[in-house]
Design a protein around this ligand. Structure first.
Ligand code: ADP
Ligand code: MG
Length: 237
């Protein structure tokens, strides 16, 4: 599927519906969402709390499947893939960052960044390729100003530092797409600005495609394009 410019979108969401069981009935959160992200694009999705932003991001991140509609990634339909293929794709093509960082408290910054690779490889692969992976993880942390924090545990880091570790972790497998769910939501303004600057630079300099979810329109303005989720649908802003 290509658009009018002939360029295939990296992410294409078509007619997606999602509801949750709620009491005796169902809560219809997404009621037919259409959304495209062009390769190398940086789009912000805004919407009130409870409008379904995280639900939509989770569908794009293959963490959940829609009730109806389709999700395409790089020209391939992905919402109907079997679980194992979906997991593999999620672990290689997509990086995710969340408001609450979700770092493992017992691991150092460097180990947290390496964790997605650890779980994916056999011991044999790890023994041969582990050195390169460690170098890549260290390089990412250095790029984000954390060269002096490699062996710190999350509790020894500030919020902004923890989120930068989480971004490095999201990028260690070299994904094309970064999905960020309110990544500055727990941060003070200055730390949040640092995170947004890092995302901007990843988009501009590395061509990383980014979907940024936020309820804050000032933050959304950092993206190239803004869409709003309201009444279960995506509309242009
Ligand atoms: P947002 O991220 O925009 O704040 P969410 O996508 O998290 O919104 O949630 C949209 C609505 O769906 C909310 O009313 C929320 O309570 C509900 N919801 C989200 N996840 C679940 C779930 N797993 N089970 C039941 N209801 C859910
Ligand atoms: Mg949310």
């Amino acid at each position: 599927m290509t658009d009018a410019t002939g360029e295939e979108p990296l992410v294409r969401v078509r007619g997606v519906k999602k509801s949750y069981r709620s009491g005796g009935g169902r809560l219809e959160v997404l009621r037919g969402v259409d959304f495209d992200l062009e390769p190398g694009g940086f789009v912000a999705i805004i919407g009130q709390s409870g409008s379904g932003k995280s639900t939509l991001l989770h569908l794009m991140g293959l963490l959940d499947a829609p009730d109806a509609g389709e999700v395409w990634l790089a020209g391939r339909r992905v919402d109907d893939l079997p679980g194992s293929q979906r997991d593999r794709l999620r672990n290689t093509a997509i990086g995710m960052v969340f408001q609450a960082y979700h770092l493992l408290p017992e691991l150092t910054a460097l180990e947290n960044v390496l964790a997605p690779l650890y779980v994916r490889h056999s011991l044999r692969e790890w023994l041969t390729a582990g050195g390169a992976a460690r170098a890549r993880a260290r390089g990412l942390l250095e790029r984000f100003g954390l060269g002096g924090r490699l062996h710190h545990k999350p509790r020894q880091l500030s919020g902004g530092e923890m989120q930068r570790v989480a971004i490095a972790r999201a990028l260690v497998a070299g994904p094309q797409l970064l999905l960020a769910d309110e990544p500055t939501g727990n941060l003070d303004e200055e730390s949040g600005a640092g995170i947004l600057e890092a995302l901007s630079e990843l988009n501009r300099r590395d061509g990383l495609s980014i979907v940024l979810v936020t309820h804050d329109t000032a933050i959304a303005r950092r993206a190239d394009r803004i869409v709003r989720l309201a009444a279960g649908r995506v509309e242009a802003v």
